[in-house]
Write a protein that binds this ligand. Structure first.
Ligand SMILES: [Zn+2]
Length: 437
């Protein structure tokens, strides 16, 4: 009997010490998470591209006005201290949720450190920067790899002359006339939205506004405003090809950036109170997940040939375009998708100063098959965003491999949506994707 009473007392002590310890660990962690958000917003006072979205409490915004000189050293010291403060959580096997959050924040902080250096003009190699900012090692391919895909195009394309010229000749027939751009885009977005809503319960108040802009280094952008609202901007500087309507509808909207941000806000910030999620720093591992999932989202919403079928049946007639060469056009686009990795090589050459301007241009026109105008845009994008280019292609492949190797194949679309939804609703870092679930 005495033994039972003693065991009971021990049990009560254990339970009460657990219940006492857990909330304090949570509180301690949440205070640290708030500190992380404050630090990010402080860096954003100086670096205008640092904060892509913030929808957390106003109380975490910097109270002091910014100093005249960028306080590089004190910011770097703050990042270092914070990494040490999260270390007990990343190393602890006790609380799995806090450990996951701590690992996610720590990888974001590694990116903060690198971005602070870049912003103050202290550069590293392309691969060094990409690894710190996006938590991945970027694959590199020799020129012969790209040449083999260009050779494939040579056998696909009609006519004579250089491959870039023949690609331009074919694709120029698929430009959306300016006066049809809005109608085509709205139709594509509505279809992507309808398909997404069949699989995910989206917040009832979700919406976006669509704007057309000029003089930008990108083709489209999603500005997430919080409370399940986005502003989607489409750049009209360059001609818009018919496939871009589906690509941008999925990438910027459904199930891309708009849905990703909404699911994070709903599931992690609002439902669980994870304040770190309310800050989206542009140059961070989160962007590799964001851009990669936004690009793979096209295959999620329009698996297999559904995108090209929808374009042929609905969008092209709407734009008044002739569909007779459409199959060839979409085949060429597929090969061009693989060649997109050549832009990473051009960026690597630019950042490492191993290519001069002429050589960078050659890679962009001969392998990425860009027109001179598009290549110039791409160069200005790389100058501004540096190794960010890897987020689109390598990010997409990481997401694709993760989803498809875990059963989300073209034949199992429901599983694909399920795995994709999990990725959009959890604190996932790119190196997590290299392991199987
Ligand atoms: Zn994007």
């Amino acid at each position: 009997m005495q033994k039972i009473i003693l065991s009971l007392i021990v049990l009560i002590v254990v339970i009460s010490s657990c219940t006492m310890r857990m909330p304090s660990a949570d509180n301690n962690f949440n205070n640290l998470a708030e500190k992380y958000v404050r630090l990010g917003l402080t860096i954003g006072q100086y670096d205008p591209d640092f904060v892509d979205a913030y929808y957390g409490p106003d109380s975490l915004k910097p109270v002091q006005s910014k100093k005249e000189i960028f306080p590089k050293d004190s910011l770097l010291a703050a990042v270092k201290n914070m990494l040490n403060e999260f270390k007990p959580f990343t190393d602890s096997a006790g609380n799995d949720t806090l450990r996951k959050r701590a690992i996610w924040i720590s990888r974001q902080l590694t990116a903060f450190e690198r971005r602070i250096k870049i912003f103050s003009g202290e550069y590293a190699s392309f691969d060094g920067e990409a690894t710190d900012l996006f938590n991945v090692k970027v694959p590199s391919y020799p020129e012969s790899h790209y040449q083999s895909f260009v050779n494939e195009l040579d056998s696909l394309l009609p006519g004579k002359g250089s491959i870039p010229d023949r690609v331009q000749a074919l694709t120029s027939k698929f430009i959306i006339p300016k006066e049809k751009v809005d109608t085509v885009f709205r139709t594509a977005i509505e279809e992507a939205r309808k398909r997404t809503k069949e699989h995910y319960p989206l917040p009832a108040t979700e919406s976006f506004t669509l704007e057309y802009v000029t003089n930008k280094p990108w083709s489209g952008y999603n500005w997430y405003k919080g409370n399940y609202k986005s502003v989607i901007q489409i750049n009209l500087d360059l001609p818009i090809y018919i496939n871009r309507a589906i690509d941008l509808a999925c990438h910027e909207g459904y199930p891309g950036h708009h849905v990703y941000n909404m699911l994070l806000e709903k599931n992690l910030y609002r439902d669980k109170g994870w304040v770190e999620i309310s800050l989206y720093p542009l140059f961070s591992p989160q962007s590799l997940i964001a851009e990669g999932s936004a690009n793979y989202g096209i295959d999620v919403a329009f698996p297999g040939t559904e995108g090209s079928e929808f374009a042929k049946k609905v969008l092209m007639p709407l734009a008044g375009l002739d569909t007779s060469n459409a199959d060839l056009y979409f085949k060429v686009l597929e090969v061009q998708g693989v060649l997109n990795y050549a832009r990473n090589e051009a960026a690597r050459g630019m950042l490492n100063r191993s290519m001069d301007e002429k050589e960078i241009m050659r890679w962009l026109t001969d392998y990425c098959l860009m027109s001179k105008l598009v290549a110039e845009k791409s160069i200005s994008f790389i100058q501004k965003n540096r190794s960010y280019v890897i987020c689109y292609n390598y990010g997409q492949d990481l997401i694709k491999n993760y989803v498809e190797s875990n059963g989300g194949t073209e034949n199992n679309v429901a599983k694909r949506w399920e795995l994709f939804g999990w990725l959009l609703s959890n604190p996932v870092t790119p190196s997590d994707l290299l392991k199987t679930k």
